[in-house]
Write a protein that binds this ligand. Structure first.
Ligand SMILES: Nc1ncnc2c1ncn2[C@@H]1O[C@H](COP(=O)(O)OP(=O)(O)OP(=O)(O)O)[C@@H](O)[C@H]1O
Ligand SMILES: [Mg+2]
Length: 469
């Protein structure tokens, strides 16, 4: 056996899976009882998929879910609430620690180190944390943990503009989560609360390191989900929230009668904790969205559900527009009412194509085929939903915004939606998978670099020790 120091062989270089000798891997894994002790994956040697996974598995078996990998943190989803892991006491412990990185690997250690990096004003002063991983890995959960951490340790000392009625900035920042998740998350095959959009939030700090404001940017909302849900998946949570949580009066106003069937509301029998309408409404209030505005939003959403029930029959004569099927006529009327337009205008939008052509810019109107009518119906729903989502983000931003003169630095948190592979992948999924792969490549390169640096350091230490002997 070659001589080793701290698990590193003399002069070892990073082996790759191909050149690894089977013997080395076997030797490393033979010491089963010590595998869970590797709290930094850069110390694993040789680095192979097997050795790294075995270490993570051994730690997971001992209820240890966090492991460092150089400056990155690897999290394995426990899939069960472990209250002591996120207690306020633990948060304080990491915040007060002399060297947080020397405590056990934890998301709070990353959060605290990032906070201190900003405080120390050493370039780059602004910091961002990228939370990446496949769907269901725990990115959104982790982002929420980070936001709670900063809302606690960077809590502002003053009340908002001396107004008791306005919620504190930390509360508003945290309340943006349930609202955005209600409108942007959905139950998929892999995750009951899957983010169907990417989010980058900047937490803005003043000179005293207090949270003064924030801003949110969103990416690639999967708007196709409004009009199409894969088998066993669901539409965005908010649709289930309004159908399950509306009061009797609202039900009547939004035309969401108990037991009504909507094509765009599959699997409503699945009861999820994410279906809680009250939480969304309260959070919307705290963000300054009043009762009447909320009512208008939910009416539009109910309108979309009715829109999805409008089916057309083929027209015998191509020059004539397709008629809605008999039992869909009522849905045309309710959709139009809820979207505050006339039934004629709605039908014209769905059934008639307007073409502008020629030098004179002549306008032609052409009736659409049945399948075109249905495509137009789906497009209308997607456009309305995407505009509503963007508007909501802008309202949230207004609520958490402060003039840039009031803050100096920021901590950014990126929660992109995870890698997934469906039997049929749409353009949105292709883009998000591409973004995830790029991020992964970036961090694997970082990890390998850290591993190499550690190997070099140990080699030097080994040489020094040899000289001393
Ligand atoms: N640290 C944790 N402790 C306990 N449960 C967790 C933790 N992290 C994640 N979970 C559980 O796993 C589920 C999925 O996590 P999350 O929604 O954060 O995944 P995600 O990576 O954001 O996935 P997607 O890419 O689909 O949005 C959560 O709803 C929660 O039940
Ligand atoms: Mg998520």
């Amino acid at each position: 056996m070659p001589k080793q120091i701290n698990g590193q062989k003399k002069g070892s270089v990073i082996p790759n899976d191909l050149s690894d000798s089977f013997e080395e891997v076997k030797a490393f894994l033979s010491d089963e009882d010590t595998l869970h002790l590797f709290d930094d994956l850069t110390k694993v040697n040789p680095v192979t998929t097997t050795t790294v996974l075995k270490c993570l598995q051994a730690r997971y078996a001992g209820n240890v879910f966090y492991t460092n990998a150089g400056c990155s943190l690897v999290t394995v989803n426990p899939f069960q609430p472990i209250s002591s892991l996120y207690s306020p006491e633990l948060m304080k412990e990491y915040h007060a620690a002399l060297r947080p990185q020397e405590l056990k690997p934890h998301v709070f250690a990353v959060a605290e180190q990032t906070y201190r990096n900003v405080q120390s004003q050493i370039e780059p002063v602004n910091q961002s944390i990228i939370v990446s991983g496949e769907s269901g890995a725990g990115k959104t959960w982790t982002s929420r943990c980070l936001m709670k951490f900063y809302a606690t340790v960077a809590a502002s000392t003053t009340s908002p503009k001396g107004n008791e009625m306005v919620e504190r900035i930390e509360r508003r920042v945290l309340d943006s989560n349930p609202v955005m998740e209600a409108f942007g998350n959905a139950c998929t095959l892999r995750n009951n609360n899957s983010s169907r959009f990417g989010k980058y939030i900047q937490l803005q700090l003043n000179r005293s390191q207090h949270l003064t404001s924030a801003s949110i940017q969103t990416f690639l909302l999967e708007k196709t989900r409004v009009a199409y849900q894969a088998p066993c998946e669901r539409n965005f949570h908010i649709f289930y929230q309004i159908t399950k949580g509306a009061t009797k009066k609202e039900r009547a106003e939004w035309k969401l009668h108990k037991g009504a069937n909507f094509f765009w509301l599959p699997n409503p029998e699945k009861d999820l904790e994410e279906d809680c309408f009250g939480v969304t409404r309260d959070a919307m209030f705290h963000l300054g969205i009043d009762c009447s505005t909320q009512n208008n939003i939910f009416k539009v959403l109910a309108g979309l559900l009715h829109l999805g029930n409008i089916q057309f029959s083929s027209s015998i004569d191509e020059s004539q527009p397709c008629e809605p099927e008999d039992d869909a006529k009522g849905f045309v009327k309710t959709t139009a009412d809820l979207l505050k337009m006339s039934a004629e205008e709605l039908l014209e939008t769905l059934r008639i194509r307007t073409i502008t052509a020629g030098k004179q810019q002549q306008v032609f109107k052409k009736p659409c085929s049945r399948s075109d009518c249905e495509t137009r119906r789906d497009c209308l729903a997607k456009v309305i939903y995407a505009k509503l989502f963007d508007w909501l983000v802008s309202v949230i931003n207004e609520s958490i915004y402060a003039d840039s003169s009031t803050w100096g630095n920021f901590i950014g948190l990126l929660d992109v939606y995870g890698f997934e592979s469906f039997p049929e992948n749409n353009l949105e999924q292709l883009c998000i998978n591409y973004a995830n792969e790029k991020l992964q490549q970036h961090f694997v390169a970082h990890y390998l670099k850290a591993q190499q640096q550690l190997a070099q350091k140990l080699t030097c230490a080994y040489t020094d020790i040899k000289k001393m002997l």
